[in-house]
Ligand binder design. Structure first.
Ligand code: ZN
Length: 59
């Protein structure tokens, strides 16, 4: 299981994003920030993805 703590990405949010693979947790994370934090598709650039990728926990 791969997880990202939304708080660690700099949001005041207790949500934990989960996925079976790195690709899935990234997809779910992007959906979460778009839906809950008002991100637009154009905000999800390579730099943001790299930053989030570094926050993935594996358990
Ligand atoms: Zn969040």
């Amino acid at each position: 299981m791969k997880t990202i703590m939304c708080r660690e990405a700099g949001f005041d949010c207790g949500h934990v994003i989960k996925g079976k693979s790195e690709a899935e947790v990234m997809k779910n994370g992007i959906e979460h920030v778009v839906k809950e934090h008002g991100f637009k598709k154009e905000d999800i650039n390579a730099e943001f993805k790299e930053k989030v990728k570094a926050l993935i926990h594996t358990s």
